[in-house]
Write a protein that binds this ligand. Sequence first.
Ligand code: IPM
Ligand code: MG
Length: 358
Amino acid sequence: MTDKILLLSGDGIGPEIVSSAERLLNSLATNFGYEFEVNYGLLGGAAIDQFGDSFPEETCRLAEDCDAILLGAVGGPKWDKIERAIRPERGLLRLRAQLGLFCNLRPAVLLPALKNASSLKADLVSGLDLMIIRELTGGIYFGQPRGIEVKENGKRRGFNTLVYEEEEIERIVKLGFETAMKRSGRLCSVDKANVLEVTELWRDVVDKMASDYPQVTVEHLYVDNAAMQLVRAPKQFDVMVTTNLFGDILSDLAAMLTGSIGMLPSASLDGNNKGLFEPVHGSAPDIAGKNIANPIATIMSVSMMLKYSLNKPELALKIDAAVDSVLNQGLRTADIASGGESSLGTIEMTDAIIDALV
Ligand code: IPM
Ligand code: MG
Protein backbone atom coordinates (compact mmCIF):
# COMPACT_ATOMS: atom_id res chain seq x y z
CA MET A 1 0.00 0.00 0.00
CA THR A 2 1.30 3.43 -0.92
CA ASP A 3 1.83 5.70 2.07
CA LYS A 4 0.42 9.20 1.70
CA ILE A 5 2.77 11.70 3.28
CA LEU A 6 2.04 15.40 3.65
CA LEU A 7 5.09 17.66 3.67
CA LEU A 8 4.74 21.02 5.41
CA SER A 9 7.98 22.94 5.03
CA GLY A 10 6.91 25.91 7.10
CA ASP A 11 9.27 28.83 7.61
CA GLY A 12 12.94 29.72 8.11
CA ILE A 13 15.14 26.66 7.63
CA GLY A 14 11.98 24.53 7.18
CA PRO A 15 12.16 24.25 3.38
CA GLU A 16 15.83 23.18 3.46
CA ILE A 17 15.42 20.46 6.07
CA VAL A 18 12.16 19.14 4.64
CA SER A 19 13.86 18.96 1.26
CA SER A 20 16.54 16.78 2.95
CA ALA A 21 13.79 14.54 4.28
CA GLU A 22 12.17 14.25 0.87
CA ARG A 23 15.46 13.29 -0.74
CA LEU A 24 15.91 10.64 1.92
CA LEU A 25 12.41 9.26 1.25
CA ASN A 26 13.15 9.17 -2.46
CA SER A 27 16.27 7.19 -1.82
CA LEU A 28 14.32 4.69 0.32
CA ALA A 29 12.02 4.28 -2.68
CA THR A 30 14.84 3.78 -5.17
CA ASN A 31 16.98 1.50 -3.04
CA PHE A 32 14.52 -0.42 -0.91
CA GLY A 33 11.26 -0.29 -2.87
CA TYR A 34 9.47 1.97 -0.40
CA GLU A 35 6.14 3.09 -1.89
CA PHE A 36 4.91 6.53 -0.99
CA GLU A 37 3.44 9.66 -2.49
CA VAL A 38 3.79 13.18 -1.20
CA ASN A 39 1.58 16.22 -1.10
CA TYR A 40 2.74 19.70 -0.19
CA GLY A 41 0.92 22.11 2.08
CA LEU A 42 1.49 25.48 3.68
CA LEU A 43 1.54 26.12 7.41
CA GLY A 44 2.68 29.02 9.55
CA GLY A 45 4.16 32.20 8.10
CA ALA A 46 4.34 30.78 4.58
CA ALA A 47 0.59 30.17 4.74
CA ILE A 48 -0.09 33.65 6.12
CA ASP A 49 1.82 35.17 3.20
CA GLN A 50 -0.19 33.22 0.66
CA PHE A 51 -3.63 32.84 2.25
CA GLY A 52 -3.68 35.27 5.19
CA ASP A 53 -4.18 32.27 7.49
CA SER A 54 -1.53 30.20 9.28
CA PHE A 55 -3.62 26.99 8.94
CA PRO A 56 -5.60 27.35 5.73
CA GLU A 57 -8.58 25.20 4.75
CA GLU A 58 -6.53 23.51 2.02
CA THR A 59 -3.85 22.42 4.52
CA CYS A 60 -6.53 21.14 6.87
CA ARG A 61 -8.01 19.02 4.07
CA LEU A 62 -4.60 17.63 3.05
CA ALA A 63 -3.77 16.88 6.70
CA GLU A 64 -6.97 14.94 7.20
CA ASP A 65 -6.46 13.01 4.00
CA CYS A 66 -2.97 11.56 4.57
CA ASP A 67 -1.29 8.84 6.60
CA ALA A 68 1.38 10.99 8.19
CA ILE A 69 2.65 14.56 8.18
CA LEU A 70 6.22 15.82 8.22
CA LEU A 71 6.70 19.42 9.34
CA GLY A 72 9.84 21.58 9.18
CA ALA A 73 9.26 24.47 11.59
CA VAL A 74 7.08 27.55 11.79
CA GLY A 75 7.52 31.16 12.81
CA GLY A 76 9.94 34.04 12.39
CA PRO A 77 10.35 37.73 13.14
CA LYS A 78 8.48 38.66 9.96
CA TRP A 79 5.19 37.55 11.54
CA ASP A 80 5.85 38.47 15.20
CA LYS A 81 3.91 41.71 15.04
CA ILE A 82 0.67 40.42 13.56
CA GLU A 83 -2.43 39.68 15.55
CA ARG A 84 -1.90 36.84 18.02
CA ALA A 85 -4.84 34.80 16.77
CA ILE A 86 -3.29 34.28 13.33
CA ARG A 87 0.42 34.04 14.11
CA PRO A 88 2.38 31.11 12.63
CA GLU A 89 2.54 29.25 15.98
CA ARG A 90 -1.25 29.35 16.25
CA GLY A 91 -1.43 27.47 12.93
CA LEU A 92 0.59 24.64 14.43
CA LEU A 93 -1.61 24.57 17.54
CA ARG A 94 -4.75 24.44 15.37
CA LEU A 95 -3.30 21.58 13.33
CA ARG A 96 -2.54 19.63 16.54
CA ALA A 97 -6.05 20.27 17.83
CA GLN A 98 -7.80 19.55 14.52
CA LEU A 99 -6.18 16.13 14.21
CA GLY A 100 -6.44 15.34 17.93
CA LEU A 101 -2.67 14.83 18.25
CA PHE A 102 -2.73 14.59 22.03
CA CYS A 103 0.39 12.50 22.54
CA ASN A 104 3.73 14.18 21.97
CA LEU A 105 6.77 11.93 22.16
CA ARG A 106 10.04 13.77 22.62
CA PRO A 107 13.01 11.48 22.94
CA ALA A 108 16.24 12.95 24.27
CA VAL A 109 18.98 10.57 23.29
CA LEU A 110 22.65 11.33 23.52
CA LEU A 111 24.37 9.80 20.54
CA PRO A 112 27.70 8.34 21.70
CA ALA A 113 29.64 10.24 19.03
CA LEU A 114 28.44 13.52 20.55
CA LYS A 115 29.05 13.00 24.23
CA ASN A 116 31.29 16.05 24.41
CA ALA A 117 28.74 18.33 22.77
CA SER A 118 26.54 18.52 25.88
CA SER A 119 26.88 21.48 28.20
CA LEU A 120 26.95 18.95 31.08
CA LYS A 121 29.97 16.83 31.95
CA ALA A 122 30.24 13.79 29.68
CA ASP A 123 29.84 11.24 32.49
CA LEU A 124 26.53 12.79 33.57
CA VAL A 125 25.01 12.42 30.11
CA SER A 126 26.80 9.57 28.34
CA GLY A 127 24.22 6.92 27.49
CA LEU A 128 21.30 9.26 28.19
CA ASP A 129 18.10 7.89 26.65
CA LEU A 130 15.03 9.64 27.91
CA MET A 131 11.48 9.77 26.58
CA ILE A 132 9.37 12.78 27.48
CA ILE A 133 5.67 12.30 26.84
CA ARG A 134 3.89 15.62 26.70
CA GLU A 135 0.12 16.08 26.61
CA LEU A 136 -0.40 18.23 23.52
CA THR A 137 -4.00 19.24 22.94
CA GLY A 138 -5.16 20.37 26.37
CA GLY A 139 -4.09 22.23 29.47
CA ILE A 140 -3.28 25.92 29.57
CA TYR A 141 -2.49 26.00 25.85
CA PHE A 142 -6.15 25.53 24.97
CA GLY A 143 -8.17 26.27 28.12
CA GLN A 144 -10.95 28.86 27.98
CA PRO A 145 -11.37 31.65 28.89
CA ARG A 146 -8.20 33.27 27.64
CA GLY A 147 -7.29 36.73 26.51
CA ILE A 148 -6.14 40.21 27.39
CA GLU A 149 -8.78 42.68 28.49
CA VAL A 150 -8.76 46.33 29.43
CA LYS A 151 -10.00 47.10 32.92
CA GLU A 152 -11.99 50.13 34.01
CA ASN A 153 -8.85 51.86 35.23
CA GLY A 154 -7.30 51.52 31.77
CA LYS A 155 -4.78 48.88 32.89
CA ARG A 156 -4.93 45.46 31.22
CA ARG A 157 -5.46 41.97 32.59
CA GLY A 158 -4.11 38.86 30.85
CA PHE A 159 -5.54 35.46 31.63
CA ASN A 160 -5.34 31.82 30.58
CA THR A 161 -7.03 28.79 32.01
CA LEU A 162 -5.39 25.55 33.07
CA VAL A 163 -7.97 22.81 32.73
CA TYR A 164 -7.81 19.03 32.20
CA GLU A 165 -10.69 16.62 31.93
CA GLU A 166 -10.05 13.34 33.71
CA GLU A 167 -10.34 11.49 30.36
CA GLU A 168 -7.64 13.68 28.84
CA ILE A 169 -5.30 12.80 31.69
CA GLU A 170 -6.15 9.10 31.49
CA ARG A 171 -5.36 8.72 27.79
CA ILE A 172 -1.93 10.38 27.97
CA VAL A 173 -0.98 8.67 31.23
CA LYS A 174 -2.00 5.32 29.69
CA LEU A 175 0.53 5.92 26.92
CA GLY A 176 3.06 6.78 29.61
CA PHE A 177 2.52 3.44 31.33
CA GLU A 178 2.58 1.52 28.05
CA THR A 179 5.80 3.23 26.99
CA ALA A 180 7.37 2.49 30.37
CA MET A 181 6.41 -1.19 29.99
CA LYS A 182 8.24 -1.34 26.64
CA ARG A 183 11.32 0.32 28.15
CA SER A 184 12.73 0.11 31.67
CA GLY A 185 9.48 -0.16 33.60
CA ARG A 186 9.97 3.21 35.28
CA LEU A 187 7.59 6.14 34.87
CA CYS A 188 8.04 9.61 36.30
CA SER A 189 4.92 11.78 36.32
CA VAL A 190 5.59 15.51 36.60
CA ASP A 191 3.05 17.89 38.12
CA LYS A 192 2.70 20.83 40.48
CA ALA A 193 0.24 19.11 42.78
CA ASN A 194 1.36 21.14 45.79
CA VAL A 195 -0.09 24.29 44.23
CA LEU A 196 -2.38 23.52 41.28
CA GLU A 197 -5.59 21.52 41.75
CA VAL A 198 -5.57 20.42 38.11
CA THR A 199 -2.33 18.58 38.69
CA GLU A 200 -3.54 17.24 42.02
CA LEU A 201 -6.17 15.51 39.88
CA TRP A 202 -3.41 14.46 37.45
CA ARG A 203 -1.46 12.82 40.29
CA ASP A 204 -4.56 11.07 41.56
CA VAL A 205 -5.33 9.66 38.10
CA VAL A 206 -1.76 8.37 37.78
CA ASP A 207 -1.99 6.66 41.18
CA LYS A 208 -5.33 5.05 40.34
CA MET A 209 -4.06 3.75 36.99
CA ALA A 210 -0.85 2.42 38.53
CA SER A 211 -2.65 -0.64 39.87
CA ASP A 212 -3.33 -1.73 36.25
CA TYR A 213 0.42 -1.72 35.61
CA PRO A 214 2.00 -3.55 38.54
CA GLN A 215 5.23 -4.02 36.54
CA VAL A 216 5.78 -0.26 36.36
CA THR A 217 7.40 1.71 39.17
CA VAL A 218 5.84 5.15 39.41
CA GLU A 219 7.44 8.25 40.81
CA HIS A 220 5.85 11.72 41.12
CA LEU A 221 7.93 14.88 40.94
CA TYR A 222 6.97 18.51 41.17
CA VAL A 223 7.99 20.28 37.99
CA ASP A 224 10.52 22.57 39.67
CA ASN A 225 12.26 19.59 41.24
CA ALA A 226 12.07 17.68 37.94
CA ALA A 227 13.87 20.54 36.17
CA MET A 228 16.58 20.53 38.82
CA GLN A 229 16.96 16.74 38.72
CA LEU A 230 17.21 16.75 34.92
CA VAL A 231 20.26 18.97 35.14
CA ARG A 232 21.72 17.31 38.26
CA ALA A 233 21.42 13.65 37.28
CA PRO A 234 19.45 13.15 34.04
CA LYS A 235 20.15 9.44 33.75
CA GLN A 236 17.90 8.68 36.72
CA PHE A 237 14.94 9.14 34.34
CA ASP A 238 13.59 6.89 31.63
CA VAL A 239 10.00 7.85 30.75
CA MET A 240 8.48 11.12 31.92
CA VAL A 241 4.84 12.03 31.39
CA THR A 242 3.49 15.52 31.93
CA THR A 243 1.15 18.34 30.95
CA ASN A 244 1.33 20.47 27.83
CA LEU A 245 3.15 23.45 29.32
CA PHE A 246 5.49 21.53 31.63
CA GLY A 247 6.35 19.21 28.74
CA ASP A 248 7.11 22.16 26.50
CA ILE A 249 9.63 23.47 28.99
CA LEU A 250 11.18 20.20 30.16
CA SER A 251 11.60 18.91 26.61
CA ASP A 252 13.69 21.93 25.63
CA LEU A 253 15.77 21.43 28.74
CA ALA A 254 16.24 17.73 27.98
CA ALA A 255 17.05 18.50 24.36
CA MET A 256 19.94 20.69 25.43
CA LEU A 257 21.33 17.88 27.61
CA THR A 258 22.03 15.92 24.45
CA GLY A 259 24.31 18.59 23.04
CA SER A 260 22.28 19.77 20.14
CA ILE A 261 18.66 20.58 19.84
CA GLY A 262 19.40 20.16 16.11
CA MET A 263 19.49 16.39 16.61
CA LEU A 264 16.12 15.67 18.15
CA PRO A 265 12.95 14.48 16.44
CA SER A 266 9.45 14.38 17.81
CA ALA A 267 6.14 12.69 17.13
CA SER A 268 2.63 13.94 17.85
CA LEU A 269 0.14 11.08 17.69
CA ASP A 270 -3.63 10.79 17.71
CA GLY A 271 -3.87 7.39 19.39
CA ASN A 272 -4.65 5.69 16.03
CA ASN A 273 -1.17 5.72 14.49
CA LYS A 274 -1.71 8.93 12.58
CA GLY A 275 0.84 11.54 13.45
CA LEU A 276 2.70 14.73 12.81
CA PHE A 277 6.48 14.46 12.91
CA GLU A 278 8.78 17.41 13.35
CA PRO A 279 12.18 18.37 14.66
CA VAL A 280 12.17 19.76 18.20
CA HIS A 281 14.16 22.82 17.12
CA GLY A 282 12.56 25.93 15.68
CA SER A 283 12.70 27.70 12.33
CA ALA A 284 16.06 29.40 13.00
CA PRO A 285 15.38 32.36 10.67
CA ASP A 286 18.90 33.72 11.26
CA ILE A 287 20.47 30.82 9.37
CA ALA A 288 17.71 30.22 6.82
CA GLY A 289 18.80 29.76 3.21
CA LYS A 290 22.49 29.41 4.09
CA ASN A 291 22.79 25.64 3.76
CA ILE A 292 24.13 25.33 7.31
CA ALA A 293 21.09 23.96 9.21
CA ASN A 294 21.45 20.51 10.71
CA PRO A 295 19.03 18.18 8.86
CA ILE A 296 19.46 15.31 11.36
CA ALA A 297 16.46 16.09 13.60
CA THR A 298 14.20 16.13 10.54
CA ILE A 299 15.75 12.96 9.17
CA MET A 300 15.25 11.31 12.57
CA SER A 301 11.64 12.56 12.44
CA VAL A 302 11.23 10.60 9.20
CA SER A 303 12.51 7.58 11.10
CA MET A 304 9.90 8.13 13.83
CA MET A 305 7.22 8.57 11.16
CA LEU A 306 8.10 5.24 9.56
CA LYS A 307 8.14 3.57 12.97
CA TYR A 308 5.07 5.07 14.67
CA SER A 309 2.69 5.92 11.80
CA LEU A 310 3.61 3.95 8.73
CA ASN A 311 4.54 0.59 10.24
CA LYS A 312 7.91 0.33 8.48
CA PRO A 313 10.22 -0.28 11.45
CA GLU A 314 12.89 -1.86 9.26
CA LEU A 315 13.25 1.37 7.24
CA ALA A 316 13.36 3.40 10.46
CA LEU A 317 16.26 1.26 11.68
CA LYS A 318 18.11 1.86 8.42
CA ILE A 319 17.85 5.62 8.91
CA ASP A 320 18.98 5.44 12.54
CA ALA A 321 21.95 3.30 11.52
CA ALA A 322 22.90 5.67 8.69
CA VAL A 323 22.86 8.67 11.06
CA ASP A 324 25.02 6.77 13.58
CA SER A 325 27.39 5.81 10.82
CA VAL A 326 28.00 9.35 9.52
CA LEU A 327 28.48 10.66 13.05
CA ASN A 328 30.93 7.87 13.82
CA GLN A 329 32.84 8.81 10.68
CA GLY A 330 33.28 12.21 12.32
CA LEU A 331 30.99 14.09 9.94
CA ARG A 332 29.36 17.12 11.56
CA THR A 333 27.20 20.12 10.73
CA ALA A 334 28.33 23.46 12.16
CA ASP A 335 26.12 23.29 15.27
CA ILE A 336 27.69 20.04 16.47
CA ALA A 337 31.25 20.56 15.27
CA SER A 338 33.61 21.17 18.15
CA GLY A 339 36.32 23.77 17.66
CA GLY A 340 38.59 23.05 14.73
CA GLU A 341 36.47 20.36 13.08
CA SER A 342 35.39 21.21 9.56
CA SER A 343 31.67 20.99 9.01
CA LEU A 344 29.26 19.96 6.30
CA GLY A 345 26.32 21.91 4.94
CA THR A 346 22.72 20.76 5.05
CA ILE A 347 22.86 19.29 1.56
CA GLU A 348 26.21 17.56 2.08
CA MET A 349 25.15 16.04 5.43
CA THR A 350 21.98 14.76 3.79
CA ASP A 351 24.00 13.23 0.95
CA ALA A 352 26.30 11.53 3.47
CA ILE A 353 23.34 10.02 5.34
CA ILE A 354 21.74 8.84 2.08
CA ASP A 355 25.06 7.27 1.02
CA ALA A 356 25.27 5.48 4.38
CA LEU A 357 21.87 3.77 3.99
CA VAL A 358 22.33 0.01 3.69
C1 IPM B 1 7.01 23.27 20.65
C2 IPM B 1 6.91 24.74 20.39
C3 IPM B 1 5.44 25.11 20.24
C4 IPM B 1 4.78 24.81 21.55
C5 IPM B 1 5.18 26.53 19.76
C6 IPM B 1 5.89 26.85 18.48
C7 IPM B 1 3.70 26.78 19.63
O1 IPM B 1 7.55 25.46 21.39
O2 IPM B 1 6.55 22.49 19.80
O3 IPM B 1 7.54 22.90 21.69
O4 IPM B 1 4.85 25.62 22.49
O5 IPM B 1 4.17 23.75 21.67
MG1 MG C 1 8.61 24.24 22.77
